[in-house]
Design a protein around this ligand. Sequence first.
Ligand code: ZN
Length: 93
Amino acid sequence: MRWSRRRPAPLPDTPSCEQVGAVLQGYLDGELGPRDAELVAEHLQHCDRCSIEAETVGRVVEAIKRQRPDLAPDVRARLTGMLDELVPPDDDR
Ligand SMILES: [Zn+2]
C-alpha cells in the first residue's frame, strides 16, 4: 500500500456512515476485499448521503484517471485526499 492516509480497518457487519466514508476511496479504487466492498455497496444503496459522496468522489477519481492515466498513485491519493476536506466527515458523534 502506498496510501499515506490512515489504513481502514475491516468493517463491522453494519458499518456507520463514518466508517463507509473512511474506506470510500479504497472502495472506488477496487482495493477493498470482497466482503468490505459488498458492505459498502449495500450501505450506499440505502444511504443517500454516502451515495452522493461516493458519486462525487468517484467522478473526480474517474476524471483524474481519464486525464492522467500515468499519474503516480501517491499523487492521485493526494488529489483525492483533498476531497476529504471538501466533503466533511460524518458529524453525528
Ligand atoms: Zn451512510
